[in-house]
Design a protein around this ligand. Structure first.
Ligand code: COA
Length: 285
């Protein structure tokens, strides 16, 4: 296991509020304020921005897993350091903080060029939903506790949380949890479509690792195109989506450094060495 800094020996711009352990191509990124239930303060925001930049550049890293230290995934935005103090400070500093927060929780995570998995190990509230939904996939512990608690302390789920929730939950479910603030567990999160898998706590890390290893086997360039295409077509008309997808497919084939489609077709049609319905073609690298 290595602790990557992605900064060629310079002092790394994270480590106090976020830790990174790279293990066999998987970057385990841990929000690290367990005493504050990993509530997202400016320290987490700015360290995550730096971490994501470095993870993008680090060729050793194939898949990102985001989780929390101790018994929390994250208790959401820090009520003191993210709200009370910036609200009372210079407006431009607050704007900068909010921009940086949106950058990592939404724009960077959702469009990250490598696959991302949220491993929800415990408390997951408010702004943490944005981190969760920003990841491509999610695995939860059965006994993790989720809640859109904003209503309980007098705000709406802002940042971009309500928009995210509306993307993955039905209207009935989204409004129910937004309006009641009621908590639910990992099994219910799976039913709601908020996570892909919910497992007993003791299996959480291994199940997450297995999923990450599955993603590691796939052609990374095609994975990146597939998720980019998914996010874009959701807001397109059918005609525009068809045209875009055909263009994106051609671009992907043209630019793919390992020419996966050629290898895949040859191995199936000529060599008869694998079945694409059941496994990934044999990659050289
Ligand atoms: N913002 C700021 N501080 C937070 C926090 C948050 N979102 N969540 C937890 N903390 C702090 C607490 O103030 C406390 O600090 P202290 O030790 O200095 O008093 C510490 O973390 C531990 O919290 P505590 O409430 O004692 O832990 P718990 O295990 O009993 O309960 C929670 C955990 C997550 C249920 C509870 O802390 C909570 O409700 N947090 C707020 C969740 C929320 O509404 N988030 C939405 C924000 S958008």
């Amino acid at each position: 296991m290595t602790a990557s800094n992605g900064t060629q020996g310079q002092e790394k711009p994270w480590g106090e509020f976020v830790t990174v352990d790279i293990e066999e191509g998987i970057a385990w990124i841990t929000l690290n304020r367990p005493d504050k239930r990993n509530a997202i303060n400016p320290g987490i925001v700015y360290e995550m921005v730096a971490v994501l930049d470095a993870m993008e550049e680090d060729d050793e890293v194939k898949v990102l897993v985001v989780t929390g230290a101790g018994d929390a995934f994250s208790a959401g935005q820090d009520l003191k350091e993210y709200f009370r103090i910036p609200d009372a400070g210079p407006p431009l500093a607050r704007e900068r903080l909010y921009r940086a927060n949106a950058a990592w929780q939404w724009r960077r995570m959702m469009n990250f060029p490598k696959p991302t998995i949220a491993m929800v190990n415990g408390w997951c509230f408010g702004g943490a939903f944005q981190v969760l939904i920003g990841c491509d996939l999610a695995v939860a512990a059965d006994d993790a506790t989720f809640g859109l608690s904003e209503i309980n302390w007098g705000i709406i789920p802002a940042g971009i949380v309500t928009k995210s929730v509306a993307e993955v939950m039905s209207q009935r479910d989204a409004l129910y949890y937004i309006m009641t603030g009621e908590t639910f567990d990992g099994k219910r999160a799976k039913e709601l479509g908020l996570v892909n898998i919910s497992v007993p706590r003791e299996e959480l890390r291994e199940r997450t690792r297995t999923l990450a290893n599955t993603l590691k086997e796939k052609n990374p360039y095609v994975l990146r195109s597939a998720k980019t295409a998914y996010h874009h077509v959701k807001s397109m008309s059918w005609d525009a989506a068809l045209d875009y997808l055909m263009a994106k497919s051609d671009q992907t084939k043209f630019r793919d450094p390992e020419k996966g489609d050629q290898a895949g077709m040859k191995q199936f049609l000529d060599d008869k060495s694998y079945r694409p319905g059941l496994q990934t073609y044999k990659r050289e690298s």
